[in-house]
Design a protein around this ligand. Structure first.
Ligand SMILES: [Zn+2]
Ligand SMILES: [Zn+2]
Length: 82
């Protein structure tokens, strides 16, 4: 059972990942915010449904160019706190 991330094409370990609600493909999403994992998408709480919404950067249109060469370990990319 080997899955690859739809954003950076890297291997997924089965833990730090989520499935995009839009394209329904798995992507990297660290479970803990202080983790050093790769982040290839976002999760937030939907205003009306109050459910968790997952979206990969590909669907968000925030495809980081660095993701193409995803061998860089803990380089923080966008971190918008809002
Ligand atoms: Zn990824
Ligand atoms: Zn997606």
């Amino acid at each position: 059972m080997t899955a690859t991330c739809s954003v950076c094409d890297g291997a997924l370990d089965g833990f730090d990942q989520a499935v995009c609600d839009s394209c329904e493909r798995p992507f990297h999403l660290p479970r803990r915010t202080d983790a050093d994992g790769i982040e290839c998408g976002r999760v937030w709480v939907h205003d009306q449904w109050l459910t968790l919404v997952h979206a990969c950067y590909r669907c968000l249109g925030e495809m980081p160019e660095k993701a193409a060469s995803a061998s860089r370990p803990s380089r923080r990319r966008y971190r918008r706190v809002r």
